[in-house]
Design a protein around this ligand. Structure first.
Ligand SMILES: Nc1nc2c(ncn2[C@@H]2O[C@H](COP(=O)(O)OP(=O)(O)OP(=O)(O)O)[C@@H](O)[C@H]2O)c(=O)[nH]1
Ligand SMILES: [Mg+2]
Length: 364
């Protein structure tokens, strides 16, 4: 299962209690206080890991607790520190605070509708706490409590047999919303059945499912393209978009969030119009949907892949598209036959190294 939004409850460990104890030893009368401190509680730490590709592990285990610290002991022994809880999350995970006081309800099977989520986000109206964008990046989500003090700390000339101690501090806790925004160099955007997954299979080693029905791809899949000279780029296949996605039609805008962090948008159209569609209109609709989702997205560098060139009518439609978008790079391909793949790869490589286009996407 692919999960890209999840609510969790995290609780760091409580510090151990300080100890009240007195030194007892042969020939050492009134040995004095020797109660040690409590150990610290463990932290809850988020760690970005490129080998994790979604948040499903947290979906099944939304309550995360780190271990408590051990209590202090006699002979000035400090209690053991509570073990940290390290939660592996995919690179591109953003954490928001979602504290409304309640415990997380079991996560709904499918994340809520995007508009609802947008409202929920606005309700939270919070800045992200952290954005984990690098592999191995760590963030302490909840800090463990410090250990309490043992009675050795309370001795003084007037208080020679102190019985005071302090309890350990409570660890931090809270509700958090974790959201994944896939980070890739390029994102494939297109209508269902345009051939996005077929294209990704051709140019990378990724193996998304391909079938002749709409919405075959249900969640983003990232592939790696190798360019000559040991250069590589990541490319994300996003589920098909349809007109009215902003109203929640099809899979809605649910997955567009994953292309907000792609540097280049690759629009894939079925140039043959094989399902009675007009490719030029398709392209305009896609651009509009992107713009409705986030106007900043429509100003990203983009190119068009005119797929299914092996079918009749493709040539004619390609000419029409080129006339309509004269300044845009339109690459004719046939993903099924593997034609035009080298040109596409070259264009992508050039676009990625081109300084002007290589602006890093905004963090969120
Ligand atoms: N004739 C022809 N058929 C193609 C070409 N590329 C893809 N197809 C076919 O189009 C159908 C849909 O391909 P997919 O790659 O699953 O399309 P998609 O864009 O990933 O679709 P969704 O995942 O549903 O959004 C499949 O039956 C492919 O075999 C092409 O270049 N020529
Ligand atoms: Mg697909």
């Amino acid at each position: 299962m692919f999960v890209d939004r999840v609510k969790i409850f995290a609780q760091a460990g409580t510090g151990g209690r300080g100890c009240v104890s007195f030194r007892r030893e042969k020939f050492v009368p009134k040995g004095g206080p020797d109660g040690g401190d409590g150990g610290r509680g463990g932290d809850v730490i988020l760690c970005a890991d490129r080998h994790v590709d979604n948040l499903a592990n947290l979906f099944y285990e939304p309550i995360i607790k780190a271990k408590n610290g051990g209590h202090g002991m006699g002979k000035k022994m400090t209690g053991r520190a509570g073990a940290d809880k390290i939660v592996k999350v995919p690179v591109g995970t953003i954490a928001y605070s979602a504290d409304k006081g309640e415990r997380p309800t079991p996560n709904a099977q499918r994340p809520l509708h995007s508009d609802q989520l947008a409202i929920e986000n606005r309700e939270l109206a919070v800045e992200p706490i952290v954005d984990l964008t690098r592999d191995g990046q760590e963030f302490v989500l909840c800090r463990g409590g410090a250990g309490g003090k043992g009675n050795v700390h309370f001795k003084s000339s007037r208080n020679r047999a102190p019985r005071q101690y302090t309890d350990g501090e409570e660890g931090e806790d809270g509700h958090f919303l974790l959201e994944l925004r896939t980070i890739a160099d390029a994102g494939l955007v297109g209508y269902p059945n345009a051939g996005k997954s077929t294209l990704l299979r051709r140019i990378s080693a990724a193996r998304p499912k391909v079938a002749a029905y709409p919405f075959t791809t249900l969640h983003p899949i990232v592939g790696v393209i190798e360019f000559p000279g040991y250069r590589r780029a990541t490319i994300a296949d996003i589920p098909g978009l349809i007109e009215g996605a902003h109203r929640g039609l099809g899979l809605g805008h649910e997955f567009l969030r994953h292309i907000t962090r792609c540097r280049i948008l690759v629009f894939v159209v079925d140039i043959a119009g094989s399902e009675g569609r007009n490719p030029v209109e398709d392209l305009q609709n896609l651009r509009r949907e992107i713009d409705l989702y986030d106007p900043a997205l429509s100003s990203r560098p983009w190119l068009v892949v005119a797929n299914k060139m092996d079918l009749p009518d493709a040539e004619k439609n390609l000419k029409a598209a080129q006339e309509k978008f004269p300044r845009i790079n339109i690459l004719p391909t046939s993903a099924a036959k593997g034609e035009g793949m080298d040109a596409l790869k070259e264009t992508l490589a050039a676009k990625m190294t081109n300084d002007k286009d290589a602006v890093p996407p905004p963090p969120i």
